[in-house]
Ligand binder design. Sequence first.
Ligand code: TAP
Length: 487
Amino acid sequence: MVDAAPPAPESAWEYAPAPESREIVSIAPGYGLFINGEFTPAADGKHFTTLNPATEEPLAEVAEAGERDVDRAVAAARTAFQRTWGPMPGTDRAKYLYRIARAIQERAREFAVLESLDNGKPIKESRDVDVPLAAAHFFYYAGWADKLEHAGFGPQPRPLGVAGQVIPWNFPLLMAAWKLAPALAAGNTCVLKPAETTPLTALLLAEVIQQAGLPPGTVNILTGDGATGQALVSHPGVDKIAFTGSTEVGKEILRAVAGTGRKLTLELGGKAANVVFDDAPLDQAVEGIVNGIFFNQGHVCCAGSRLLVQESVADMVLDRLKRRLGTLRLGDPLDKNTDIGAINSRQQLDKIEQLTAAGEAEGAQRWSPPCLLPTAGYWFPPTVFSGVSQSHRIAREEIFGPVLSVLTFRTPEEAVAKANNTPYGLSAGVWTDKGSRILWMTQRLRAGVVWANTYNRFDPASPFGGYRESGFGREGGRHGLAAYIDG
Ligand code: TAP
């Protein structure tokens, strides 16, 4: 009898480095604000540095907009609304939006590399998710621009005017597309404030907007920090405010806007339950759990950060999950084989470290696969907490990092009660073989989106948004237009 061949040494299975080239992107040493179709320095000359979070290498100096810049941008948007973009027929607005969509596709590699450099996310995600979805969003809303009277808002839907839009750092280009495309399709003009740590793809989008020949002032992009965002949302010349970010800041904005008659939509945080029943296809469910919480380092508002697994299969699911996590590759975001990239900022890393320390202190069991963290930059290993109870902070608070809290349940009623035991209500997942159980669960889960036997699926035609502390209003689909139409 011949002995079976010995298993290959582990090193034989290591992937060779497969770095995407940076050459496609030329980052300027400094960037101005994009106001009235031109790049211009901040009125008071202030600027800040944007870093590569994977290496802490400075990438560029970026202008920091103050109140005078907000005034200038809002005035430019008002003029464009009154004179060019607002009165323009929808068929013409559509042509500009199609141009933007095509230019994003043509420059897709450039956008993807720049996004990974500035944000820290793996290139395979920026290349296969962020950039194609951003282009798809512009294509989708370009299609609506000349059909608004058939969208269910009456025979002559009217835009609101100037939209002030503030976005976070987790999907910088995609969040810009979610905000700009429906607003422009409906005939509004925009002033957009990207997050302080990820301004570069919004500035590249400004170049695309110039390239597409949009009338000056239609889109204005103001880089800056929280104070810039605050100046924008409290500016009296803004008719509509659209904010995506933390619940804490969303509440502040809600208080500031109350009583002003200005329209507001808030897309805020989440603490989603991903519910796995014992009849689920477990290998598929494990992939869904991994995608649910480790995609984009867990910096996802709808991340499945609470795994609720039926007690009878909990050990088996946890074993398979750990085995799968052992195969994830953490490291250089520009490497095409990387699954887990860098944490976006020192501040976010501190928050993740603080909350995971609280998890251990409160008695949950922490586990991470063996995983070497790079010495420079901001990194956190994929982490699973088992033995979590509902009162633990890691089961209640949004961590916004690659950290999964595992809880168990025995009956569907208990699963629903635990899943809904959160102030948030953005998303949820259900894994089961039975269609009837999926319907039963989706009717009871208080979440804006419920995925069944899948997770983190996005489509521009599908509305997305939350309940309760996850905010209000919908982005995507026909519903996404409603936020930018008067009435
Ligand atoms: P925030 O700190 O709230 O920041 C979001 C944006 O608001 C940034 O551009 C920020 O500027 C700006 N900002 C800060 N303070 C402000 C103020 N007082 N007034 C106006 N703007 C202000 O959130 P974040 O940490 O960047 O993002 C993570 C959060 O966003 C998570 O809670 C996540 O769940 C949520 N999120 C939700 C969704 C949806 S669709 N629901 C999608 C993505 C993310 P700076 O960058 O300069 O601080």
